[in-house]
Design a protein around this ligand. Sequence first.
Ligand code: 5GP
Ligand code: MN
Length: 318
Amino acid sequence: MKVPPEILSLIQENKSFLITIHINPDGDALGSSIALFLGLRKRGKDVSVITKGDVPEMFKFLPFSDVIGKAVPDKIFDVLFIIDCGDIKRTGLKDLKAKKTVIIDHHLTETDNAGVKWVDSGAGATGEMVYLLLNSLDVSMDEAIATNLYTAIFTDTGGFRYPNTKSETLRIAAGLIEAGVDPWKIAQEVYESISQGRFRLITESLSTLERRGSIAWIIVTQEMYKKTGTAAADTENFANYPRMIKGVEVSMLFRELDNGGYKVSLRSKDRVNVAKIAESLGGGGHYNAAGCELHGTLQEVKERVLRAIIENSDGSGN
Ligand code: 5GP
Ligand code: MN
């Protein structure tokens, strides 16, 4: 993996940078963007980072998570970075003003044609790409940057378990530990700090389990949030649970939205490309993890997704 020289010169030659990430940001989007913010600041740049909505509670432990703002600054930046997604539409933000755009992403789908693109679907996480970028800029790795990048990589590889975990992923992680990361502390923050309400939401949702052959799914309703005092951000990782069942190849979470629709999260073990399925339904994502938003009753949405899975799974894995 090599950093495009064009991105390095854009950074060297410019002064003001706006960083943004996808809507409903995950650990990779947040950790990568904060690390890039800190790295560019170390190089004396004027940097802002914004996202639509609030930083999820579970990621507030990230050093400098409070630098992420919500308000779109009313100025023209030299360079706009779109991080961990390939299309400005995925940021959910409007009126972003910049002379140049740079996309840094590792998704299979959703690539925009705007500006300079560095999209590497072989990267385990966008955090790996930002690590290489900061190294190429000779930014010294400190504990805060390293913790953000480690969390980015740790969360997107499911704790170094998913097939996107490559030798380079572990080499980068080793470098981050040498720079001061405490792996067990981050593992506890990510996987072992569930609120009691969220734990109850897990049990409510797991009890909705349904299965059709090698496809299994669970549901989260608005009613469940009320009952357990939780919110949509508390469903992080839920789609993975039905995949834990032996013989299940595709697992899903149907999460009821407050506008009558459903957010569908798809996960696969290996032979099914869920990015392709999600894309056929207007969404996108990775080979083994993708999502989309659909409108209709739960029954209608379920049938549409099940049909799309069957139509897109020809057994070849493509
Ligand atoms: P999740 O199911 O955890 O929300 O998302 C899994 C992966 O699919 C993430 O990489 C996310 O960026 C992508 N993804 C989820 N929903 C959508 C969507 O509606 N559109 C697109 N293009 N990608 C999505
Ligand atoms: Mn990512």
